[in-house]
Structure formats: C-alpha cells, structure tokens
Design a protein around this ligand. Structure first.
Ligand code: G1P
Length: 275
C-alpha cells in the first residue's frame, strides 16, 4: 500500500516512483529480461490503475517524440516495450506474499518461474541469471541470499544451510524461518527477494495455512518445497537497495545517478562541492 511514501502514494503507486527517470518496477523487469526471462506477470491490484497505464502503448507520445527530433527517446521506450510480454494478475486484498504469488498461477502456468520483489533493487541481472542456472541443473528451487549482521535478521526470511557455501556462492538449504529473533535464527543468511521456483510451488502455496494476521507466507511454502526436493541458495555480494523505504529509495537514486552516463559526472561534482 506504500504507506511509507505518503503523501506521494495517495496518487502514485510506490512501484512507479522513479529512480531518476525510470519507475522502480521497470528496473526490476529489466533485471528479469537481462537474466533471460521474457514473460513478466505483474501482480497488482485494481486500486492501482496507473500500473497498467504505464504499460499501455502510447502512440501519440511516440509520434510527438519522433516529429520533434527526439526519436532516440522513442526508440528507448519502444525497446523497453518490446523486451518482454507483460501480463497482469490481481491481488485485491493483502493476504501476504505467498498469496500474491499464488494469484499469478493461471498466468504463469506449469513452468518454473522467478519471483522478484520490486522493493529490492539489484545492481544487475547476474544473481538472477546464476539462480536460474542453478535451478536448471538441480531441478529444484533457489533463493537469493545475503549475509547480514545478526541484529538485522529479524526483518527477513533466514535459511538453515546444509554444509559449506561453494566457490560460486551456492549452498544447499535444509529449511528456512520467517523473521526469526536473532537468537533463534538458523544462520545470518537472509532471503533477498529473488526466487526461482519449481512448478510445485503453487501447490505448496495452496497447502500453506494463514499465519499471523491471516497472511499466507511465501517462506512457509518454501519450507514445504525444501522438505520435498532440491533447494539451494546463491549467496551474493551484489549491490542492493531497499527502495521500499524513503531512505533506501534515496540511496538507490544517488547510486544510480553517480553511475549515470548522462548526468553522473555533473551530479558527482555537485555532490562533492556540497556542504
Ligand atoms: C519478504 C519475505 C522475506 C524476505 C523479504 C525480502 O518480507 O517474506 O522472507 O526476506 O521479503 O525483502 P517483507 O519484506 O515482505 O516483510
């Protein structure tokens, strides 16, 4: 519901808040496309019509850009629109992340699929691509992991690893716990909002009972998957921002602005000269 970004989110869904000039949601889609995914299912709600409006073709805007000598901007918009097929699934009441994923069942079908939480912005597609490779080899499910100080684990799903992390960052996972207290956490490896799941995931979600607040947790479905077959994590050092909070959103904007081809140098100089 984007309450952390009120009052902006009274009118603009938080997924469309821009990181410089691009909605956070688009950057997540670009990450998925970069990892080889070509069909994106956006789980949204009918109370956020702006999300579908964002994906609707805009022939008038394109024609205007081309007739006013800004064809390169039109080309960029067209490339983005052509890069993936977009479908929508609806979760009109917030019953939890597992429930949201379950709402995409008909649109996703029977193939393995990835889940990307748009609050988490990754630097590039490498983690997701590696996770898809690991899932392809194991035939099981894979989560993205990051090591954090123990004091931070209680905000996340935390895995119970089996054995050592290999040279590629891959580790087998026995099970996981959603938001444990630091002393009850099975490790300091948190799940960072990237999942590649086997087709059995939807059946697992159907078997999950609502937990606290009536929410269907994705982590509870993952536990069932891990008990049934191969389950791995990929530990990543990838740069990552939590754009779900104003502070995290700001760090993402600053980081991407510093690396931006057009405004990076100017922005760096401005930041440097600032007191
Ligand atoms: C969700 C998941 C949690 C995961 C986190 C990553 O929590 O339930 O397991 O670690 O995303 O951001 P939420 O942030 O929705 O509370």
């Amino acid at each position: 519901m984007g309450t952390r970004f009120l009052p902006a989110t009274k009118a603009v869904p938080k997924e469309l808040l821009p990181i410089i000039d691009t909605p956070a949601l688009q950057l997540i889609i670009d990450e998925a496309v970069g990892a080889g995914f070509d069909h994106i299912v956006v789980v949204t709600s009918h109370s956020k019509p702006a999300i579908e409006a964002y994906f609707r073709p805009a022939p008038d805007v394109m024609a205007k850009l081309r007739s006013s000598g800004r064809g390169s901007v039109a080309d960029r918009l067209q490339r983005t629109a052509d890069s993936a097929r977009i479908s929508f699934a609806y979760q009109d009441d917030p019953h939890g992340l597992g429930h949201a994923v379950g709402c995409a069942r008909a649109a996703v079908g029977d193939d393995p699929f990835a889940v990307l939480l748009p609050d988490e912005l990754m630097g590039d597609s490498t983690l997701l691509a590696q996770m898809a490779d690991v899932a392809g080899v194991s035939g099981g499910s894979v989560v993205g992991l990051k090591r954090v100080p123990t004091s931070e684990v209680s905000a996340y799903g935390v895995v119970d690893p089996i054995g050592e992390i290999d040279a590629d960052g891959v580790v087998a996972v026995r099970t996981m716990v959603e938001k444990p207290s630091p002393d009850a956490a099975p490790s300091d490896l948190i799940i960072i909002g990237r999942y590649v799941l086997g087709a059995g995931a939807f059946d697992a979600i159907d078997r999950v009972q609502p937990g606290a607040g009536g929410e269907i947790q994705l982590t509870d479905a993952l536990k069932l998957l891990a008990a049934d077959g191969p389950f791995h994590g990929v530990v990543s050092e990838i740069s990552r921002h939590d754009t779900g909070t104003p502070f995290g959103w700001l760090t993402a904007v600053v980081d991407l602005a510093l690396d931006d081809r057009e405004i990076g140098a100017q922005f760096r100089a401005w930041l440097h000269g600032r007191r």
